[in-house]
Design a binder for this molecule. Structure first.
Ligand code: NAD
Ligand code: TYD
Length: 378
């Protein structure tokens, strides 16, 4: 079956993995990467697929309702996978307006353009899908009832490594009330509500997923894992917020992309699925693993860079613990993470060390010239 799908935010971290997977796996589909190329968008993330015949890049703001509507008509779009967003909590604390504009108004613009276009067709909603990618942060923070860790109730391939513990009995399930704390999660929560409202009010075939923290290649080095790998390499201080005791639930980005593929094709309309690998880690424990791994791969004595750890003022409103219960996705659609965390971290550290040019271009700002070089005169 032929399909034409817009993937928004395809030049970002997760979006680039989703675009790559769809372009390679479905040569019969037409994949349109719609991205504004903010500081977080980097077309060098997609060098390996940019000349494939089933791929098109369009530089556009999701808030440009007219532009998005025209593109949908021109391309006969029947599917949307919506990832474009402002995604960094620390930036949202400094500049909440941009987060409301992109995450809320941008999502509304995508929804309204899709509604007007799809409703104008004779078959209307038939064969259409609006898939909204969200975060577990909308559920708020879980309590850390067991700071020393307890045996986890569930294990997956991602969590079966030797460090695996749970830090409380409660997990985020799909039926939990939304309780976002940061401007980032408040804006994402609002966009989730708009997506559900378009299903409930107009009958749009929507689906929403809420995923835990992702890690892997091509992540912008403002987020914990790539920032710390790069700092360890260059022997720069590692700014640990608070006591480093906060817990995040980590999933390898390609496993998220595989879940998105499955849910886009097989997820039930109007449903919500949580995505995560039951893989909770305290920040400080991850930081020790990163130091050990970078040191070993660079031939330094293991643990030599422990003295880079620098405790700094905590993030305002810092959520204590995130932990996703992805039982529904595993039982109903048969998804499972493919990688153990130790394997995923090794692969990730190796990728950043082997792709120093990518990192240097991102940290120097040179990556922003890539669009002009590659696309402007086409
Ligand atoms: P990212 O910041 O790496 O990428 C965001 C992309 O969106 C960039 O390419 C950027 O240029 C683009 N973009 C931003 N504003 C735009 C606009 N107005 N119009 C068009 N494009 C725009 O983000 P990411 O980490 O890849 O996250 C992608 C999505 O997944 C987000 O919706 C995020 O909330 C969600 N998510 C992320 C994580 C995570 O751990 N990173 C976890 C769960 C969910
Ligand atoms: P981050 O990668 O920003 O993701 P999120 O805030 O969406 O979970 O941060 C992951 C964790 O690491 C979070 O608890 C904050 C912490 N952190 C630091 O301690 N120092 C840092 O420099 C950064 C970027 C994050």
């Amino acid at each position: 079956m032929k399909r034409t799908i817009i993937i928004t935010g395809g030049a970002g971290f997760i979006g680039s993995h989703v675009v790559r997977l769809f372009v390679n796996k479905y040569p019969e589909y037409r994949i349109i990467n719609l991205d504004k190329l903010t500081y977080a968008g980097n077309l060098a993330n997609l060098k390996d697929i940019e000349n494939k015949p089933n791929y098109r890049f369009v530089k556009m703001d999701i808030c440009d309702f007219e532009g998005v509507y025209q593109l949908m008509q021109e391309e006969h779009v029947d599917g949307i996978i919506h990832l474009a967003a402002e995604s960094h909590v620390d930036r949202s604390i400094k500049d909440p307006f941009t987060f409301a504009q992109t995450n809320v108004m941008g999502t509304l613009s995508m929804l309204q353009a899709a509604k007007l276009y799809w409703e104008s067709l004779p078959e209307k909603w038939e064969g259409k899908r609006f898939y909204h990618i969200s975060t577990d942060e909308v559920y708020g923070a879980l309590e850390m009832t067991h700071p020393q860790g307890i045996e986890p109730p569930f294990t997956t391939k991602a969590s079966s490594g030797e460090h695996h513990l749970a830090y409380g009995e409660k997990f985020f399930t799909e039926d939990l009330k939304y309780q976002p704390h940061s401007p980032y999660s408040a804006a994402k929560a609002s966009s989730d509500h708009f997506v559900r409202a378009f299903h409930d009010t107009y009958g749009m075939p929507t689906v929403v997923t809420n995923c835990s923290n992702n890690y892997g290649p091509y992540q912008f080095p403002e987020k914990l894992i790539p920032l710390f790998i790069n700092n360890i390499r260059h022997r720069k201080p590692l700014p640990v917020y608070g006591k480093g005791e906060n817990v995040r639930d980590w999933l390898f980005v390609e496993d998220h992309a595989r879940a998105i593929d499955l849910i886009f094709h097989e997820g039930k309309v109007a449903e919500t699925y949580n995505i995560g690998g039951f893989n909770e880690w305290k920040n400080i424990d991850i930081i020790h693993v990163l130091i050990k791994t970078v040191d070993r791969l660079l031939g330094r004595p293991e643990g030599e860079d422990e003295d880079l750890i620098t405790y700094v003022t905590d993030r305002a409103g810092h959520d204590m613990r995130y932990a996703i219960d992805s039982t529904k996705l595993q039982k109903e659609l048969g998804w499972e993470p493919s990688l153990q965390f130790e394997e995923g971290i090794e692969k990730t550290v190796r990728w950043y060390l082997d792709n120093q040019e990518w990192m240097d271009n991102v940290t120097s700002g040179d990556y922003q010239k890539y669009y002009d070089d590659m696309y402007k005169n086409r």
